[in-house]
Design a protein around this ligand. Sequence first.
Ligand code: C5P
Length: 233
Amino acid sequence: MEKLEMLYEGKAKKVYKTDNKDLYVVEYKDDATAFDGAKKGKISGKGVVNNKISSVIFTLIEKKGVPTHFVKYLSETEQLVKAVEIVPLEVIIRNVAAGSISKRLGIEEGTKLSETVLEFCYKNDDFHDPIINEYHARVMGLASTEELEKIKEYTFKINEILVEFFKEKGLNLIDFKVEFGRHNGEIILADEISPDTCRLWDMETNEKMDKDRFRRDLGKVEETYREVLSRIE
Ligand code: C5P
């Protein structure tokens, strides 16, 4: 397998074509952004750590029956994935209120939600990833009813898998964001799952073990990402 030209550069990753049109190489970067790109920085070693964390998590999710783009870990910062067409939706699950739901709806951060909340956002920087519902997703042609059903089914299943997994590691999964893609007409989990895309609180101390350390200038950012990896490896 040969790595060819770069196809896309995102905020935290680069995607490369390969000599197999069905496969891409994803390279994880140290760059970090927050607040819709208003805050920019680097978290030293993040690319290496997130590549490992995401590889462990995608392997687990695949094993538990949700199809994913993950093929294999290639190097410290690279993984081989199935080529997908990304569905332009950010799918967010919330178990406990934090971040934007607290700001938007006034639910105090740390409040356990009486049921799991799923949100869709339209993945579009020009519009600042606005929250939308399934009607918007359909009329904008982002996904079909069948695809939205699959996406919801997979996302709730991923939540069950990850709540249990992180609990065993002493971590409370507060919320997370996932993205899906189309591969041979099927919906599969794509993108990454890491402390960049989840909120994880230590079960004993409630200490934040995720990107909120960068967003909110809480310090010990690099150490925290490494600590999450050491707990799940
Ligand atoms: O900011 P908000 O509270 O809506 O984020 C909910 C969850 O989704 C958090 O875990 C956050 O890290 C993740 N997220 C993300 N990428 C975005 C927006 C949110 O990974 N663009």
